[in-house]
Write a protein that binds this ligand. Sequence first.
Ligand code: BDR
Ligand code: CA
Length: 306
Amino acid sequence: MKKRPIIIDTDPGIDDAIAIAIALKAKELDVRLFTTVVGNVSLDKVTNNLLKLLTFWNVDIPVAMGASEPLIEKLVDASNVHGESGMDGYDFPSPNKSNLLKEHAVEAMRKTIMESKEKITIVPIGPLTNIALLLKTYPEVKNKIEEIVLMGGSAGRGNRGVMSEFNIATDPEAAQIVFSSGLKIVMAGLDVGWKALVYPHDSVLIKDMGKTGEMIYSLLQKYRGRGLQNGLKMYDSTAIAYLLEPEMYEVKETYVEVELNGKLTRGTTVVDLQNYLKKEPNVKVLTDINEEMFKNWLLNALKKCD
Ligand code: BDR
Ligand code: CA
């Protein structure tokens, strides 16, 4: 089978960890590079978390550190959701740093993209700072990017502000650079994330799925201040699910722009579903998800992780 080459840009993050577990085991995907970005917690912490995960699975894929702060916005992290370390709840062995590249994420992405025979899909599951820097520094990479499948934004309400989602609101300028880049973009936002839920009875099934299942079960106990009872949102896995099983989604091609000036709405993705702005669509927005298909997909995918 021809595997789809991807780069994952991430800020682990408990839901990032679950998405990464699934991506690494998917036979349809070839993860060529990981890049880290400040978001859920500081750049040092998210990089350390990613290295912990890769060490846990004994995976040898290069990692490059990217932006340590958003372009303009001041960072408000999500340690209230993911814990002080950004990935609280499991006692990982100390991370092996041998896959950590000396190059900055932007350089590593450029190299990976330009040296690849096939076009690369970029999968950002954190703020878009690194991707914006890449596109502005090396615009030539655009010809070799298949598409960007990102978790972020919302066609409705927000989770960081009234209307804004965390990944976009953390770096609104970066997000607008990406959305206006002319590249093919798929947006897995809160509209689907809020329906991609794991409940206590699911977590018990996950616990029995071997070493990875046990680790994820422990992380879930700490995610969102122990909010498991109400269903935990598997946001970042919704981007991976689109790559692997797009049939579970309803998709609408729409014009999307990031609000950069709003008094109360800065960092909101303005998703013009009714075409008020009369602009050409620039984003495939995932507007709905088949919840049952997602749950089956998630549990089956995690079963494959050891
Ligand atoms: C996004 O914010 C982060 O806290 C999660 O990891 C996810 O990428 C959801 O809004
Ligand atoms: Ca994330």
